[in-house]
Design a protein around this ligand. Structure first.
Ligand code: BTN
Length: 312
């Protein structure tokens, strides 16, 4: 429970009661009230206590926690910043300093964000831009599976908003044929084990897309024709992600293959895959139980682990 949840649950609440509920002193309560005021909340105080004037939708770690339907097991530390160069770069620095699995860094705006193959990633205010530090007990060659399950977590979350999405292999999430979210997974590994993974996720929620991206990208705001509370969206995503991550570590990847293939875009279509070394042309037959993409080429069937897919 955080101080915002307490203020939201009562019309007026005294500093003493808040202190008792949180196990902190009145002075510490006063300090936290000032933090909330600084980040944009209107809180009136009288001799009866504090009153939250709940008149705006704000996006910050307190709101995300208020929206969680259960407490998180892995993603326990949320850090929100108004502006960062890149949440990915920030979390990679934490990983190198040996921080524990589960820290999430969120930014309202990123000034130097990047996507796969170091492409620039547009991240203005209004979107959902975050990175998570993970330390799964898997072998480095299983990295690609993590990126596949992340797209399933996004599919499930969008479904809760009654939005049907598809996955463009390996992990672009599409709505109406346009990209609504991108996922980037970076790692540090030894020959036989992973030290850490940093998972970066960018979701176009209420952000306005620049003209040059309009043909290929879409935001949730365009799909739903209204703004979405990003704290609630991120809270749902984190719950979905933790369920999937748990299943992934306790069962094998094949558990997800059908769900992934159900959502796969361009199935049975002619595609090109470029992994930076080889280019493969063929028909997209979906993933196998190890998460490899099966492509029927003129030379037979090829199984591909990574690359960029284009529709021919
Ligand atoms: C892609 O589709 O190429 C992946 C895009 C990943 C973008 C996210 S936004 C949060 C995190 N910070 C970054 O700099 N990149 C990722």
């Amino acid at each position: 429970m955080n101080i915002l949840e307490i203020l939201k649950s009562k019309e007026v609440v005294s500093g003493n009661s808040i202190g008792r509920l949180l196990g902190i002193s009145r002075a510490a309560v006063h300090k936290q009230i000032n933090v909330l005021k600084r980040i944009g909340y209107t809180i009136n105080s009288s001799h009866k206590g504090y009153v939250l004037i709940n008149d705006k939708v704000l996006f910050n770690e307190y709101e995300i926690e208020c929206n969680l339907k259960r407490s998180l097991k892995i993603c326990k530390i949320l850090k929100y910043y108004k502006e960062l160069a890149s949440t990915q770069t920030s979390v990679k620095k934490l990983a190198e300093r040996n921080f524990d699995e589960g820290i999430i860094v969120i930014a309202e705006k990123q000034t130097n964000a990047y996507g796969r193959i170091k492409r620039m990633w547009n991240s203005n205010e209004g979107g959902l831009w975050f990175s998570i530090l993970l330390k799964p007990l898997i072998r480095p060659e299983e990295l690609s599976k993590v990126s596949l399950i992340l797209s399933i977590a996004l599919n499930r979350t969008l479904k809760e908003y009654k939005v049907d999405s598809e996955i463009k292999w390996p992990n672009d999430v599409l709505v109406n044929g346009k990209k609504i979210a991108g996922i980037l997974v970076e790692m540090s590994a030894q020959q036989d084990r992973i030290d850490w993974l940093v998972v970066g996720i960018g979701i176009n929620i209420n952000n306005t897309l620049p003209k040059e991206l309009k043909n290929i990208s879409i935001s949730l705001k365009e799909v739903l024709e209204k703004e979405t509370d990003r704290s609630a969206f991120l809270a749902s995503f984190l719950i979905n992600f933790e369920n999937i991550y748990d299943d992934f570590q306790n069962k094998c990847f094949s558990f997800f293959a059908d769900e992934y293939n159900d959502k796969l875009a361009y199935k049975n279509k002619s595609i090109t895959i470029d992994d930076g070394y080889n280019v493969v042309f063929g028909i997209n037959l979906g993933i196998d139980k190890d998460g490899k993409l099966i492509v029927k080429t003129t030379n037979g069937v090829e199984k591909i682990i990574s690359g960029t897919l284009r529709l021919n």
